[in-house]
Design a protein around this ligand. Structure first.
Ligand SMILES: [Zn+2]
Length: 493
């Protein structure tokens, strides 16, 4: 018996606007696709929030006993600066500005992306495919869409015919838009445009002579349109219809709308049963944007090197902060909010430290099985992590009362309490308890301070052989002493 057979999970489906009971296509298996990053710059904290929401969802599905195939792509070609299929490729532009190869840009920021996600304790996806690794599959889909009559070729580029598609299918159903309204609200196409209608989007773009990232095709050298890669990779690894497709709210239109259109035009049916969208992160009440400077990188939070912060915050504290909001709500980041989360995080971890030494008794005052089920109920209700955390703090309250001798717990209940904390705090929320390394660094600090004190004593006794020995041997271990007006300080390299 697997947990998913006992628990009823409901998911907010962006396609229907309803919270629906989750029923996978193949019992016990879940296929999930999440749009990954375009690797042309350091990953934003807002993107981290989106990916963290799906990491938590992945973790909970696995916890329930599902075998999950989680595909999250890397966009390494085809994403243009301008959403209207014009302008430079984002990666090629960065490569031109930095005078390096596009694939050097891709490598640099893919490594950064993985490094940051690792610090946040993300689980790796099951497959992480790249757009450039799936050009053949993308060409195959373009040919199918052309054969079915939903695309047209102009001067070496191929465009999706949205108007034609809308005669049989429904363009705009995910974002709740009507094609007639879109047409009424858009300006006329520029005279030089190759598109029949402004809503049409590129499946394949002809590469201008200076465009470095190019591949041969039946229509000449070019590169794929951005929306196409996700259709190609999700179909290849999860099938023509799969369970969950996720991404940031900003991708709903046009990106996900176009993915649906491409899949329906080539296969004749809807590609995804549950569409899920994670909401955005704001900072001090305003939208985060590089252009306004209202922006922060994950590394700046870990080091504290940003004007909005009074101190650094660990990745686990930031993760706890993000889990305190429901993934479909807007979350606002501020120094005060992080300070409050840090306090809460330590309160939770302190209680976990006290858990193993709790005395047991013949009876329990606290109904642990009922409390455990409340934790499941929260997660079953569209992954409601803030409610889950409220229940976990209910547990913290009882742990503290038992420790103070004001409440009792049986042996069996203590085991279940410990199991529940492990399941939800570490397995599902993905938090880490870093006290060991904290304790180690406290011990290191104490030991070095003791040596500094001994060195000072040696120096005041004019025993320079000993004082130099302490300094040199610490230096050989990578610990540098620095003598200043305020006394001696040290740094570890
Ligand atoms: Zn995508």
């Amino acid at each position: 018996m697997q947990l998913y057979q006992e628990q009823t999970l409901r998911i907010s489906n962006s396609l229907t606007g309803k919270k629906e009971i989750f029923k996978p296509i193949n019992e016990g298996h879940v296929g999930m696709y999440v749009c990954g990053p375009t690797v042309y710059s350091n990953v934003h904290l807002g993107n981290c929030r989106t990916f963290m929401s799906f990491d938590m969802i992945f973790r909970y599905l696995r916890h329930l006993g599902y075998k999950v195939r989680y595909v999250r792509n890397i966009t390494d070609a085809g994403h243009l600066v301008d959403d209207a299929d014009e302008g430079e490729d984002k990666i090629a532009k960065k490569a031109r500005l930095e005078k390096i190869e596009p694939m050097e840009v891709v490598q640099r920021y893919t490594v950064d992306f993985h490094y940051i996600l690792d610090q946040f304790n993300f689980l790796p996806p099951s497959i992480e495919p790249t757009a450039t690794g799936h050009i053949i599959e993308q060409l195959g889909i373009i040919k199918e869409i052309l054969e079915k009559g939903y695309a047209y070729e102009v001067n070496g580029s191929v465009y999706f015919d949205v108007k034609k598609f809308n005669e049989k299918y429904e363009y705009g159903k995910l974002s709740g838009r009507k094609l007639e309204d879109m047409i009424a609200n858009t300006r006329e196409l520029a005279a030089q445009s190759e598109k029949k209608n402004p809503q049409d989007f590129a499946l394949w773009k002809k590469a201008e002579p200076q465009h470095i990232m190019r591949w041969p095709s039946p229509w000449g050298d070019g590169f794929p349109g951005w929306h196409l890669e996700c259709t190609a990779m999700s179909t290849k690894y999860l099938g023509e219809t799969f369970d969950i497709h996720g991404g940031g709210m900003d991708l709903k239109f046009p990106h996900h709308e176009c993915e649906i259109a491409q899949a329906e035009a080539s296969n004749g049916h809807s590609p995804v049963n549950y569409w899920m969208h994670a909401n955005m992160l704001t900072m001090n009440g305003k939208k985060m944007a590089k252009s306004t400077g209202n922006n922060i990188l994950p590394g700046e939070i870990f080091s504290g090197e940003n004007d909005i912060l009074s101190k650094p915050f660990t990745p686990s504290v930031v993760r706890f902060f993000m889990m305190q909001a429901h993934y479909t709500s807007i979350l606002d980041l501020s120094n005060d909010a992080l300070l409050a989360s840090e306090k809460g995080y330590h309160r939770l971890m302190d209680a976990i430290d006290n858990l193993k030494d709790l005395p047991t008794a013949e009876v329990s005052n606290f109904d642990i099985p009922e409390w455990r089920q409340k934790c499941y109920d929260a997660m079953n209700d569209d992954f409601n992590t803030p409610i889950l955390i409220a229940h976990l703090f209910e547990g913290v309250k009882h742990i503290n009362l038992i420790k103070e001798g004001k409440e009792k717990i049986t042996d069996a209940d203590k085991v279940l309490l410990q199991q529940t904390i492990n399941d939800f705090v570490f397995d599902v929320l993905g938090l880490e308890h870093k006290t060991e390394s904290n304790q180690d660094s406290n011990k290191l600090q104490g030991v070095v301070e003791l040596l500094i004190q001994l060195r000072n004593e040696a120096r005041s006794n004019r025993d320079f052989a000993t004082s130099d020995k302490i300094r040199d041997q610490l230096s050989a271990m990578g610990i540098q002493l620095k003598d200043g007006k305020e006394g001696t300080t040290f740094s570890v390299s």
